[in-house]
Write a protein that binds this ligand. Sequence first.
Ligand code: SF4
Ligand code: SF4
Length: 462
Amino acid sequence: MSAAAGSAGDKVWSPEFVHILAKPAGAICNLGCAYCYYLDKEALYPGDRFRMSDDVVEAYIRQTIAMHRTPEVSIAWQGGEPTLMGVGFFRKVMALEKQNQRPGQSILNSIQTNGTLLTDEWCEFLAENDFLVGISIDGPQPLHDAYRVDKRGGGSFDKVMKGLRLLQKHGVKHNILTTVNRVTGDYPLEIYRFHRDELNADWIQFIPIVERVDPSGHPDDMGGENVSDRSVRAEQFGEFLATVFDEWVRNDVGSVFVQTFEAAVANWAGMPSSGLCVFDETCGRGVALEHNGDLYSCDHYVDPGFRLGNITETPIGELVVTERQHEFGMAKRDSLPDYCRNCDVLFACRGECPKNRFITTPDGEPGLNYLCAGYMSFFRHIDRPMRLLVDLIRSGRPADGVMRMLNAEDASLAAAVRDAGRNDPCPCGGGRKTKHCHGAARQARNEMPLSIEPSAPRPRVV
Ligand code: SF4
Ligand code: SF4
C-alpha cells in the first residue's frame, strides 16, 4: 500500500461520505488489556499529555459539520479511553455542535468506551444528548477477564457490568463490542447467548484479534510476520462466526443485529456497500483523528507513514480528498492476490482488512489475509441461508421467515436421519455415510471454565 507523500489540495476523488474517529485522549486508557495495540501508539507522541486541546476540538467539530452534505452528521469518539477526558469536555463539545449546526441538520454522537468510568452523571449526560454508546465486553466474567485487565492485572468485568447497568438504568442507547481472541474464540455460543440473554443486547460487533509480532515476540503491527498467542486462529474465527450464525439465523433474525451478518446480507443482496469497511471493495472513507489534530488514513494505520496532515493547518475536507488517501483506499482492491481474485466468496470477503494481509497464498503470492481460511469456510457455510434471506427480502416478505424455513428443514432432516441405517448415505445429501455425517454422535463442546488466569497487562511502549 502506497504511503507516498501527497500535498493537501490535490483533490482527486469525492467520497460520498467520510467517517472520522476522534481520539480525544489519544491512546491513553485506564485499562491495560493485553491484546490492545492502541496502547502502543502512545509511543508516537513521547512526553505528550494526550488531551485534545480547545483549538483542535473546535476545528474538528466545525470542519466535520461543514463538510457533511447529508442532513445527519456523525461525530464519533474513541480511544484509548475517551471518558478519561471527563464529562466537562463533552459538554463543551455539545456547545460547539450547537454553534455550528445548520438548519435541518441533526447530529448523532457516538462513543466507544470500556465502561469502567461510567457514573450516573455520565449516563444522564449521554441520555440527554442521545449518544450511542459502544461498550466493550468479551463475554461472561472468566472470558472477559482473560485479557481485559487493569494496569495491575486485575479483571475489569465487574466494573464494566456496573457501567452497562448504569447505561441501561438511564436508557442510553448502546451496543456491545466483543473481541474474538485465542480464548474467547472457543466459546461462541456461551458469549452470544450471554450477550443476548443476560445483557439484553440487540446489536453486537465481533472483532478478531490479530496481533502481529516480530521474531522475538514483540508487538509489531506494521511488519510482524507471526501472531501472538493471544490472536485468534483463522479456522477458529471462522468456526466462531459460523456457530453464532447458526444460532442467530434460527432464532434471532430481526431481533438481534450482528454487524458481520448484516454486512453479509448487504453483500449477498449486491448492495453498493456492506456498511462495514473490511467487507467493502475499497476503503479510505474512515479516517482517524489524534488528540493533537493529526489525521491518519485509518484507525488501523495510525503510523507516521499514513499521516495525512494536521487539521489545524489543513481542513479535514481537503486532507481526505487527496491522491494519497485515494490510493490508500484503492490499494485494498488493487493489491489483492490472484488467489482472492479467483475466490468464490470474494464478493463477501473482499480480502478483508489490508492490515491482516501478511501471509502468502498456497502458490506463494504474498498479501493473503491471515484470516482467509476462517472467512472462506464461514462465507461458504452461510451461502444457502443468505440466499434464502435475500430472496425473502427481494420478494417483500419478512426476513424472519428464514427461521421457520430452516427450523422446518432441521426437523425433517433429523427425522430422516433417525430412520436411516448407520451405513446408508446420509439424508443430507452430503455423500458420506450417515454414521459419519448427521448420524455421528455430537462431540461434547468444551465446558466454559469457571475461571481463567488473567494475563499480565500490556506493558507501556514508550
Ligand atoms: S484499512 Fe482496514 S480498517 Fe481501515 S478502512 Fe481499510 S478495511 Fe477498514
Ligand atoms: S476468503 Fe480468502 S481467498 Fe477468498 S477473498 Fe477472502 S481472503 Fe481472499
